[in-house]
Write a protein that binds this ligand. Structure first.
Ligand code: IMP
Length: 186
């Protein structure tokens, strides 16, 4: 089975390819973008994005909308994570948290799939952790250098891709999605 992953993020593509390869699902990247509707729920963005992309491409596609939700900032940047990262990056988040002792945060991933048979699947994965006080590590992407998942002492940016996948919001969501797709293929 071949599925197209609509993303411009090569980090996401590498992570999801590794998970799908374990299930024998071949992933190809489709370079396109979809308009992200304004909603405070990742699933609304994914649901709408799937419909929009389906009309354009008419082939099995998957998408991923993710966000970092910081407890001490009332869930910010959350659904605005991409915009905030582009504008202030990890350094800006560390500045916002300066002096704050509550460093708890959660990454959430909403993964969606649509195909010609009318199947539409939306699943979630989340990982709790802490925002550390300075950037550490060079791997991964986005907020990885400042996030340490619960049960680890290293940031996502200090873990191998396989280690990150074993803990991460994306790993959890796409392992669920891979299982559903394997059943659809039977
Ligand atoms: P989007 O899902 O592409 O809209 O990503 C939202 C923002 O969160 C982007 O700035 C990403 O870089 C960031 N992000 C999403 N997933 C991860 C992750 O696994 N690690 C670090 N940053 C992430």
């Amino acid at each position: 089975m071949k599925v197209k992953f609509v993303t411009g993020n090569m980090g996401k593509f590498a992570e999801v390819s590794a998970i799908f390869a374990e299930q024998g699902i071949e992933l190809e990247r489709l370079e396109d973008e979809y308009p992200e509707i304004q909603s405070d729920r990742l699933e609304d963005v994914v649901d709408w994005g799937l419909d929009w992309l389906w009309e354009r491409h008419k082939q099995p596609i998957i998408i991923d909308d993710s966000g970092l939700f910081i407890k001490g900032l009332g869930g910010f940047p959350g659904v605005f994570s991409a915009y905030v990262f582009k504008n202030i990056g990890c350094a800006g988040i560390l500045k916002l948290l300066d002096g704050l002792d509550d460093r708890e945060a959660e990454f959430m991933c909403c993964a969606g799939y649509a195909d010609e048979a009318g199947n539409k699947v939306v699943v979630f994965g989340c990982v709790e952790g802490q925002i550390i006080r300075r950037e550490m590590g060079t791997g991964g992407f986005g907020y990885d250098p400042i996030f340490v998942p619960a049960g680890e002492e290293r940031t996502f940016a200090q873990l191998s891709l396989e280690e990150k996948n074993s803990h991460s919001h994306r790993g959890k969501a796409f392992r669920k999605l891979a299982q559903v797709l394997s059943k659809l293929m039977e």
